[in-house]
Design a protein around this ligand. Structure first.
Ligand SMILES: [Zn+2]
Length: 257
């Protein structure tokens, strides 16, 4: 297997939602991947600060964005996109929530495509297909694929753990299946979430909001191994290690391989 990586973030996906969504591919992923259902995100459990922490391996107190309005950091820190770009890697992202543009600095990606959550009935599927089209043509080294519907149409519109929410997760997992089956051995695939949720919101320190699942698929990971003590800060260090790139000195997470 090559050292390329696809990172998939399914916004607002709770680990118990993933396990109860009814998609049989979840059991397949557990058999073929390393995984955890007890990973922890950062506080506050809000989309932009959590994704900035995922990409910069520091908590919001360090990157400085406390909510969904990006704050230009007083002491900037290089994130995953900047570190990979400096190492000569080609990165791209496909995303369904516009404020995520700020998780990488201008010029650190070779391309990016944003699609509004409500532009299509199944926006996540459209983003997945467009990402796969690009991968087939451009073979980028790192791809970030962000799926919006579980949070937006499932959690906020209908409520966390409602049938609609679980159906959104099942759709997202079908997209994950399509990605893994399409890219084969060319890419490692990491699947996670930024936060969970409860009722029709998130952002608190409740375990329902802060506990997230992670799945690590590819030859760098042991099939069927359950991981413990994992943080959202560990994602960027793990990805650069797979790709043979040194982490930024200030990153606080640990590689999981
Ligand atoms: Zn979110």
């Amino acid at each position: 297997m090559s050292n390329k990586v696809i990172l998939i973030s399914i916004d607002g996906m709770r680990p118990d939602g993933l396990q109860q969504c009814g998609n049989p591919y979840v059991e397949e992923l557990k058999k073929t991947s390393s995984y955890t259902f007890t990973a922890q995100t950062v506080l506050p459990s809000i989309t932009l600060p959590c994704h900035l922490s995922m990409f910069h391996s520091v908590p919001p107190t360090r990157h400085g964005t406390p909510n969904n309005s990006y704050v230009t950091p007083v002491r900037p820190i290089n994130g995953l996109f900047e570190v990979l770009k400096a190492a000569g890697k080609n990165c791209t992202m496909y995303y369904g929530w516009e404020p995520l543009r700020d998780i990488g600095r201008p010029g650190s990606l070779i391309s990016a495509e944003y699609v509004n959550a409500y532009a299509f009935e199944h926006t996540d599927g459209v983003l997945t297909d467009r990402a796969l089209d690009y991968i087939a043509k451009g073979h980028p080294d790192f791809v970030f694929l962000y799926m919006v519907e579980t949070d937006e149409k499932g959690g906020h519109d209908s409520g966390w753990m409602t049938q609609k929410y679980l159906d959104c997760i099942s759709c997202a997992i079908n997209n994950v299946k399509k990605v893994i089956e399409t890219v084969g051995d060319e890419y490692h695939v990491i699947v996670t979430a930024d936060h969970g949720g409860h009722d029709r919101c998130h952002g608190t320190d409740m375990p329902e909001d802060t506990t997230i699942p992670m799945i690590f698929h590819g030859t760098s990971f042991k099939a069927g191994e359950e991981l413990c003590g994992v943080s959202i800060l560990d994602i960027a260090p793990t990805i650069v290690k797979i790709m043979g790139v040194s982490p930024e000195r200030e990153w606080e997470g640990k590689p999981l391989i």
